[in-house]
Ligand binder design. Sequence first.
Ligand code: NAD
Length: 417
Amino acid sequence: MPEELNPFKIAQAQLDEAAELLGLDEATHEILRWPRREFRFTIPVRMDNGKVKIFHGYRVQYNDARGPGKGGLRWHPDETIDTVRALAAWMTWKTAVVDIPLGGSKGGVTCNPEEMSDGEKERLARGWMRQIYFRLGQYKDVPAPDVFTTSQIMSWMLDEYEVLSNDHQPAVITGKPVELGGSLGRSDATARGGMYTVREACKKLGIDPAQAKYAVQGFGNVGSFAATLHKELFGGGKLIAASDVYGGVYNPDGIDPHALAKHVKETGKVPGFPGTEPISNEDLLELDVDILYPAAIENVITEKNADNIKCKILCELANGPTTPAADKILYKKGVHIIPDFLANAGGVTVSYFEQVQGIYQYWWPIEKVHEELDAKMTRAYQAVYDVHKEKNVDMRVAAYLIAVQRVVDAMKLRGWV
Ligand code: NAD
């Protein structure tokens, strides 16, 4: 049997394992296996060549028992309803595991933004909002940026929402530029939150992060901040490889992450960075590093390569980088996984701070954002680690046990099950 790589099937399989360990009854288990609501729609966009192109858009509202939905928008050629469903499920567990009063949603458009002009992107952003604005709101469901969507795209969407609702609603969408009500500290929040969990994991495993070798797959928004913040927050560490969709670069003596970020800004890609040799995305994952940061796409660690993974800590900044079959292999090998919906929860946590600030119309200084984020991430990591030890389950299962139980408690109190 080929390994199942449909992300929604994977998300359901992960839930099934937690449901069994928690002894959930059939109805409670079933409601958690499916989105509460999902919307699929077409978006006609007049392209620069004068012709109308039809795009397929999605918004999946997976579970809102704990609060309004929350989740990013991905614009990707491979986006399908099942990728969006899986990501919406993971958002539900993510908001629950860091204990913020929100549910889980996700949205997307099947498209290739690299082939689109700014004008085409703006028309697509506004068209997406026109199709779904009636079901969004600061107390209903709050979108945010994700793969290939930007603060500019959020600004166009905010503007379209406010035109349609004839109101100012800064908390309806997060990841906005600071000038439009964005929070300070949002741009590096996902990577920074991951670093706080890595700091805690290093304490548990007796690793000095300042001496650690690390590699980053996916030197985009999250990955590039991970590469630079590792050095800044830990006062050291050696980045030995980094990659993007075009390929990777490797130098066993270390790569300056700030210089690499500058190179990527100038050339648009990681390959070709001076003083390095090329490395494939596959080989990068198998390097002998202390900490591996997958920060690109899902399903990069499978049963095919799991045996060759050598890192001590796998900090899953990407969503769904490890398949369930690979998970089992890594657990047996003793790799300490900081599971995606914990490791990358810093983004949604600061998004939540942005929502809170938007509702109050009062914005926090950066120090407060960092302090509150650190407290949330550290508490969440510690809770997951304690369950991992107490119940002798891997870190992902431990995180699921905590998150699913919190959602179940809210559903029971509401009388849904
Ligand atoms: P991004 O678009 O800024 O960066 C993605 C990076 O991955 C780019 O460097 C791209 O070239 C690379 N990439 C794409 N396809 C690849 C492939 N097949 N092989 C290798 N590299 C590839 O996106 P991002 O916002 O940095 O998100 C990265 C991951 O983190 C995604 O899985 C996303 O769902 C997850 N995530 C992001 C946030 C956030 O705040 N942006 C929050 C939580 C989780």
